[in-house]
Design a protein around this ligand. Structure first.
Ligand code: SF4
Ligand code: SF4
Length: 391
């Protein structure tokens, strides 16, 4: 595993953030290790949905700005790009997304280019465990160097989104829906994400953990002050460090658990080379991860998976706040949402529990109701596992 640098940064003051990112890179040998003069550098932050950075949904512009400046100082030509799910792909849609997230100001100040088109591409990926052909975007294949700049957040499907999950944003717009339909368990989704890591091969990841998000992430949780910038050339190692930082066992997150199976990591922070601050010294307490989809992810026979998906995982329920905007209808991979009398209505029988609707609803009108059967079934599965362990 590559080293992970950890630097304190308690607020989004642009000078302090730049100093912290600079220090995080110095601890890894400097940006010059990753970017050579004249290279085309893709900076891939998180633009899940255009929103005020204070809501902690997008990578904060102060962190983005600092990474852009360091890449430019090393001589890179920077393009900033992501595949946001809810941006109309029109000049006005892009402008408004970049304005709202504060990234337009970063581009204006630094001269970095902001991507305004998505050209979907497919590429062979023979080393992929699960996906041998990858759906990607032109901005990935045209880059000499990829720098990923995720935000530390929770995620209803995968429990956590950070360095590895941020790369799902390289898959073009609606193509993502197909991945949700085909890969309905958290384990299979995690395998796909790891295949994206081995395809995209980010040279560097710089994580915005100044203020993260816990609870109902990645868009409806609460902003959670953490006070750190992390960096590494190894996306998995960085996630192991970030999960430890917020007080959680890394291997409870499917992407880390699957990376352990691939021998990419031991999943143990004790085996990480952490440079800079001591992770435990931050004293982060009370950062809540969602339950996620572990009930159907790993110990259940395949024939039970579909049944388990319905009975053991939370169901999306439309609440009073729905204004009938139709975004969830357009973005449901299973096409199981309709507008009825100006409100969204979900046909749960066909719902694959991907939680895209919960993630994307701008009104946070979709709640997730935990099924009453889940604790009983988890106890039964636990008993089955310990019986198998004894045999
Ligand atoms: S649930 Fe949310 S996304 Fe769906 S129609 Fe209502 S307000 Fe729009
Ligand atoms: S209703 Fe929501 S959770 Fe169910 S398949 Fe559609 S987007 Fe996914």
């Amino acid at each position: 595993m590559q080293p992970v640098s950890v630097v304190r940064c308690a607020e989004y003051d642009i000078d302090r953030v730049e100093a912290a990112v600079r220090q995080a890179l110095t601890l890894l040998g400097g940006m010059e290790r990753f970017v050579q003069p004249g290279q085309r550098v893709l900076i891939k932050p998180n633009l899940l949905q255009p929103s005020d950075p204070a809501r902690a949904i997008v990578t904060h512009p102060a962190v983005l700005r600092a990474v852009v400046r360091l890449a430019q100082e090393a001589g890179g030509q920077v393009l900033i790009a992501d595949n946001p799910a809810v941006v109309p792909l029109t000049p006005r849609g892009w402008d408004s997304a970049y304005e709202k997230s504060g990234w337009a100001a970063v581009a204006a100040e630094t001269g970095a280019r902001l991507n305004r088109e998505i050209v979907p591409q497919q590429r062979p990926h023979p080393e992929g465990r699960l996906i041998k052909r990858v759906d990607t975007s032109h901005f990935v294949t045209e880059a000499d160097v990829v720098i990923s700049v995720p935000k530390l957040k929770t995620h209803e499907l995968m429990r956590y989104t950070g360095a590895v999950k941020n790369l799902f944003g390289t898959v073009p717009g609606a193509t993502k829906f197909g991945y949700h339909v085909k890969l309905q368990t958290a384990d299979r989704f995690a395998e796909m994400l790891l295949d994206l890591v081995s395809f995209v091969r980010p040279a560097l990841t710089v994580m915005d953990a100044v203020v993260g998000m816990d609870g109902d992430g990645p868009s409806a949780g609460r902003p959670f002050p953490i006070g750190a910038i992390l960096a590494s050339a190894d996306a998995v190692a960085l996630d192991v460090a970030a999960l430890t930082l917020v007080g959680h066992e890394p291997t409870t997150v499917p992407t880390v658990a699957k990376a352990v199976h691939r021998s990419w990591t031991s999943g143990r922070v004790s085996e990480l080379e952490v440079r800079g601050e001591d992770l435990r010294g931050f004293g982060v307490r009370g950062f809540q991860l969602p339950a996620g989809r572990r009930a159907t992810s790993g110990h259940m026979p395949a024939w039970l998976q579909q049944w388990g998906t319905r009975l053991l995982n939370a169901s999306p329920v439309v609440g009073e706040r729905c204004v009938g905007c139709g975004l969830c209808v357009e973005n449901c991979p299973a096409q199981t949402i309709a507008l009825v009398e100006g409100k969204a209505r979900i046909r749960l029988a066909d719902c694959i529990r991907c939680y895209c609707c919960h993630e994307l609803c701008p009104e946070h009108a979709i709640e997730l109701q935990q099924p009453a059967l889940r604790p009983v079934m988890e106890r039964m599965l636990g008993a089955r596992r310990s019986l198998r362990a004894r045999l």
